[in-house]
Design a protein around this ligand. Structure first.
Ligand code: ADP
Ligand code: MG
Length: 480
């Protein structure tokens, strides 16, 4: 009765019996959790299916997996078979034991033969498995006048049984990877002086590989570890450096140049002069500042020399740089969907399956539990430099951890800079340099919050386009 009510006749003669959603509802029990996956059979599986069926069949299918109490209970595949000249679309449900549970016709397109959709015929399928002949006049009775459509249903059911046997039953690792792909894995580690979290769709050990890469760079760039290459150079003042370290220095140098000196990794001595690393805050004397401003960095081949008061501080770029290297690792391992969060700098790889992007929220620098708005990221990085995390106050004046390398003094007048960039390195370095240079230097999608009584927010047009300011009732989202 229901199928008669839903029967729709289309102009070209196609009869739509059930939508895919309705068909899936028919094939799975109400208490099953159903996940949908588009699969593409690897060559060895598709060859095995072809051999078994004695014909070549397609290698792409829409698969549904039904879970009961978190255990796989049933599969279903939506597929097409040619009836006479047109295709018929139907779904075949199969138990984990490999027995047909249901065959339901969704769309029949030929002018004749739609009787195939009748239960009288379809009720013969349940219980059949991949070893059953499922052939007309052998173990199935076809409907007179709908022979070709009935044959198509039988052929298609044998095909589905074979695909499930070869792809899922014989290779259970495919089932688990299809299921883990539905839930992201998250790994968190304390590294580079802060908590880093990596969320990805894929195997957990890939997250561990990404962390190993970040740790490798921490081993090279840390200014807390006296054994890192950077610390050793700070001590020795001149050394032949590794290709990795040289790569980092060259990238840093390019931001120094493009920011006209507002971004400068040789500020380590100044940062210490103000007492930031050890929290022994103080205001350096004029004479001390003058001495600390006299710096230089010379790179000749792989020979690097620190001049004057230069001391390398990776703080404004190291995390972004390490994130990009971790993204390289994820891409090389075939991950297409991940979110890497280093707190002030994040990178979004691809999108979560079926979604537009990774949601993030921007904090209000004056009320850090509140958010200013949200963005959705895809294959891009977001970085925020703020005056609210590391600073000290003296006589009512706030001294923040971002210094103008040219004056040697903490920047004032800006509370935070957030910006989007194609790489985490660029986002990290530019959020710092724009903090120093002010909103006038902002390019691309950037937002600057100024300090002052009314704390005005300035946004570039590109930022305005992607920034979503929530209504008062919207709950905060994201990880930033
Ligand atoms: P966060 O540490 O929150 O990611 P930034 O990326 O802006 O913030 O980096 C700030 C750090 O970089 C400071 O703590 C300091 O160690 C270093 N630094 C401060 N001023 C500069 C500057 N003008 N250029 C490069 N590095 C800086
Ligand atoms: Mg930075």
């Amino acid at each position: 009765m229901i199928s008669l009510l839903l029967l729709l006749f289309c102009q070209d003669g196609a009869q739509v019996f059930l939508s895919e959603k309705e068909a899936v509802g028919r094939v799975f029990d109400r208490d099953m959790k159903v996940v949908k996956r588009d699969i593409c059979l690897p060559a060895e599986v598709s060859n095995a299916v072809d051999r078994k069926l004695g014909r070549r069949v397609e290698d792409r299918y829409r698969l549904y997996i039904g879970l009961k109490n978190n255990k796989v209970a049933r599969y279903a595949i939506v597929t097409d078979e040619v009836t006479k000249t047109l295709t018929m679309t139907f779904i075949v449900g199969v138990s984990v034991k490999g027995k047909v549970t249901d065959v339901v016709v969704m769309v029949h397109r030929e002018y004749v033969g739609a009787e195939v959709a009748k239960r009288r015929f379809l009720n013969q399928f349940p219980g059949k498995d991949v070893e059953d002949p499922i052939r007309r006049n052998r173990d199935m009775i076809a409907i007179v006048g709908a022979t070709l459509s009935c044959d198509a249903a039988m052929r298609g059911t044998r095909k589905v049984l074979s695909v499930i046997q070869e792809y899922l039953t014989k290779r259970p690792e495919n089932v688990s990877s299809l299921l883990t792909a539905s839930k992201p894995v998250t790994e968190q580690q304390y590294v580079m002086g802060t908590l880093c979290s990596i969320t990805l769709y894929g195997p957990r050990d890939v997250a561990a590989d990404a962390f190993a890469e970040i740790r490798k760079w921490d081993g090279i760039l840390s200014n807390y570890d006296p054994e890192s290459e950077l610390s050793r150079l700070n001590k020795s003042r001149s050394a032949n450096v590794s290709p990795d370290f040289l790569r980092f220095l060259k990238e840093s140098r390019s931001f120094y140049e493009s920011s006209e000196g507002a971004f400068d990794i040789t500020v380590g001595g100044l940062v210490s002069g103000w007492g930031f690393p050890k929290k022994n805050y103080r205001i350096p004397s004029e004479g001390e500042l003058k001495q600390l401003l006299d710096r230089g960095l010379k790179v000749e081949g792989d020979r690097v020399t620190l001049e004057g008061a230069a001391e390398l501080d990776p703080g404004a770029i190291g995390k972004g740089f390490a994130l990009d290297r971790a993204v390289d690792v994820l891409r090389a391992k075939g991950i297409t969907s991940a979110f890497l969060d280093f707190g002030s700098t994040v990178y979004a790889l691809g999108t979560p399956p079926g979604e537009a992007g990774w949601p993030v929220a921007i904090r209000d620098p004056f009320q850090t539990e509140e958010i200013l708005g949200t963005l959705t990221l895809t294959n891009e990085a977001l970085s925020t430099s703020g005056d609210y995390e590391k600073y000290f106050e003296l006589d009512g004046r706030r001294y923040c951890h971002i210094l103008d390398p040219r004056s040697g003094r903490p920047v004032e007048g800006i509370a935070s800079v957030s910006l989007l960039a194609k790489t985490a390195t660029e986002a990290d370095a530019l959020s710092t340099s724009i903090f120093v240079r002010g909103f006038a230097s902002a390019k691309g999608a950037c937002m600057v919050v100024l300090t002052g009584a009314d704390s005005p927010v300035k946004m570039t047009p590109a930022w305005r386009n992607v920034f979503h300011v929530p209504s008062a009732s919207a709950p905060p989202v994201g990880q930033k």
